[in-house]
Design a protein around this ligand. Sequence first.
Ligand SMILES: *Cc1c(COP(=O)(O)O)cnc(C)c1O
Length: 387
Amino acid sequence: MNIIEKDKQYIANTYARFPLQLAKGKGSLVYDETGKEYIDLGTGIAVNTFGVADEAWKAAVLSQLDKIQHTSNLYYSAPCAELAEALCNRTGMKKVFFSNSGAEANETAIKVARKYGEKTKGAEYNVLITLKNSFHGRTITTLSATGQEVFHEHFTPMTEGFVHATANDLDDLKTLIGAHKCCGIMLELVQGEGGVTALDKDYVQAAYRLARENDLLFIVDEVQTGNGRTGALYAYMAYGITPDVVTTAKGLGGGLPIGATLLGERVQDIFTPGLNGSTFGGNPVACAGALSILHRLDEDLLASVREKSEYIFQTLTGAKGVKGVSGMGLMIGIECEKDAGEVIAKCIEKGVLVIKAKHKIRLLPALNIGWDELKKAIEIVKEVIAQ
Ligand SMILES: *Cc1c(COP(=O)(O)O)cnc(C)c1O
C-alpha cells in the first residue's frame, strides 16, 4: 500500500485532501515524495509563520528539547512564563492562559465571558453574540459559536447561549443586545474560513463602544489573523480598539500546536486555581518556538508584510478572471470566475500551493517569503485564473 492508500484506509474520513504528499521543505519551498518543488502560499493554514524548517525557530525548539520536553502545569517552567511576558509586553494584555489549539483558546474565552457575566450581572447573563459566517473551532461549544448552520448539522443539541449577528450591521447587533441577557461579543476582524473578508473599521469601533456601554466583554478571535498575519502584530491594533480578550493559535507556534487566551485588565483576575486547566498547555517546546517567532515580528517585518500584501492586491485586482481581492496583510482571498477547486488543482500542477476559503482562493504565505518566490508564485496564480 502506498501512503495515499494507507491514509484512506486508516485515517478517519474527515478530510478531502489534495492528491499530494508533502515530504519536506525549506522556507517557502516544499517538496513532494518524488522531489517535485512547490512554492507554498498556504503555510499549513497560516501556521508555518516563517516557512518550513526555519533555522531560528528550529534552534529554539531543539535547544529546549535538549533540556525538557514537557513539565505539566504542576510546576513552573521558563519558556511558558517568558512567552506570556512577551505577549503581554507586546499587546498590553495582562495575563495569558495557554492551551493547544484555536478551538481551546476560544473555549477559554467563552468561559471567561460567562464567568464575567455571572460576576457583574448574574449567571443568567451568559449569552455571547458572534457573527454570521464566522468560524471559531470544531468543539461542540466553539461550533455553537460558529455562525454557520452547516457546521451544526448532525451534532445537535449545540451548546446553548450563542446568537449570531449579521456582520457590519450595527442595528442587528443592538437588537440582539436588547433581546438577550448577554455577557460578551466575540468576532474575527477578518473572517478567515468564512471567505477572507475584513470587517468595516467603523462597524468594529461602534460595536466596541456598544460593548463598553452595555458592560459586555469584547473578544477578538485572532487565531488566524494574529501574529503578524495581517500586517499588524494583532489585527485589533489596526482597528484602533483594545479588546478585553484576544485568542490566538495557528501562527504563534510556527508549526507546533499552541493556543493562547490573552486577558485584558477587566478580566485579568477572572480565574482562580482549579477553574481551568490543560495538560499540554504551555508546553515548553511549543513555547520556546513561539517566543522565537514573536521576537522576530518587529516593525520591519510587519512593514514588509504590508508591502507584499500591496503587491498581491495590485497584481491581482482587475486581472483577467479575477472578480475581487479581499483580506488584509498576507491573508488574502481571491474571487475568481473559474471554480476555486479547478484553480487550486491547476496551481498545484504548476508548482504553487494555494488553499480555499468558501468559494475563494486563499493565500497565506510565510511572512518572510522571498520577493522572487512571491512574484513567481503570484504570476502563476494569475495565469491559471486567466486561462
Ligand atoms: C483555525 C481557526 C480556529 C480553530 O483553530 P484550531 O487550532 O483548528 O482549533 C478558530 N478560529 C479561527 C478564526 C480560525 O481560523
